[in-house]
Design a protein around this ligand. Structure first.
Ligand code: 13P
Ligand code: SF4
Length: 302
């Protein structure tokens, strides 16, 4: 396909790096240099020697890369791709929680906008949260915005008090137990893989809970020959590639994040050609949001 060849040519010519989240469409994952979960991509963007990064994902991911690497040019091909859960977190509500719990540490999911990161002590992702929490001394935690991920983390730290912001991912929240019961009857030997953005009744049906990359790794190493996959369908592409002899069944009620699917090959090409859709953050806002992301890597990498 000419478009794919042209993307490869431009990428080489400009020494650009293409990053893609695991929820991106298969054709986008296939042209990327690196495909991964939100923590891994954030780390790779920071470590990359390339000064031009095309971030195939949603805005908070590209913004996080820009905050950590202000001298790099970060392009977001789908300029309107946002995370509705990130948009649920608003300053005045978090401010009220902070005033009610002045001694609490504020932990925010990386799925947040700049203003919320600026009010946070540390960011986490699904793959790094438990490790980072082990390094947090405070007993009181405000977790924003995902109430499901916050509850899941809290279950691992029963001696800490978790105050949960009332946000959720619309794609994961609407999964119901009955969606899984039905498939388990059809595929009784298959294991159920669940992302922690799902609600508790759904998490209780899981054989394994983890971030996107953890679910993929688990599916490749487990002895099961099939899996019911309870997260955004983009992950099936890498699952199938890693384990071509295993079966992967998505829910009948499809789990598709419309924002993650906004990236197209044409936009990636345009972005590279024109160096358009650059993520611009004013220095004052960047510096305010920086500490929480730096702490994420400090506590998550060691
Ligand atoms: P992870 O890739 O960290 O599992 O996050 C999932 C997600 O919803 C990103 O928007
Ligand atoms: Fe946001 Fe959910 Fe889409 Fe991830 S899958 S970007 S949390 S809406």
């Amino acid at each position: 396909m000419i478009l794919i060849e042209e993307i490869k040519r431009l990428k080489k010519e400009k020494n650009a790096l293409i990053l893609a989240h695991l929820y991106q469409s298969p054709e986008i994952q296939d042209i990327a240099d690196i495909v991964g979960d939100s923590y891994f991509l954030s780390k790779k963007a920071m470590e990359s020697e390339s000064n031009l990064i095309v971030f195939c994902g949603v805005r908070f991911m590209a913004e996080s890369a820009k905050i950590l690497s202000p001298n790099k040019t970060i392009l977001l091909p789908a300029k309107d791709a946002r995370c509705p859960m990130a948009d649920m977190a608003v300053v005045y509500k978090l401010q009220a929680l902070k005033e009610d719990h002045p001694n609490a540490k504020v932990i925010s999911y990386i799925n947040t906008n700049l203003d919320i990161k600026a009010m946070s002590d540390v960011c986490v992702t699904s793959s790094s949260a438990l490790k980072i929490m082990n390094n947090i001394k405070e007993d009181e935690i405000i977790f924003v915005p995902d109430r499901n991920l916050g509850e899941y983390i809290g279950e691992h730290f029963p001696n800490k008090k978790f105050i949960l912001y009332d946000g959720f991912c619309p794609v994961h929240e609407r999964v119901e137990e009955s969606d899984i019961f039905e498939l388990r009857t059809l595929y009784p030997t298959f294991e159920v893989l669940v992302h922690p953005e799902c609600n508790k009744p759904v998490r209780l049906l899981a054989d394994y809970i983890g971030s996107t990359s953890e679910l993929i790794t688990y599916s490749a190493t487990s002895s099961a020959d099939g899996f019911i996959v309870v997260t955004e369908e983009g992950v099936l592409h890498q699952m199938k590639a890693k384990s071509p002899n295993k079966k992967f069944i998505p829910l009948k009620n499809s789990m598709i994040c419309p924002n993650m699917k906004m990236t197209t090959l044409q936009e990636v090409y345009n972005c590279l050609l024109n160096e358009s859709n650059e993520v611009i953050i004013d220095e004052q806002s960047r510096l305010k949001a920086l500490k929480a992301l730096q702490n994420m890597h400090l506590l998550g990498d060691n």
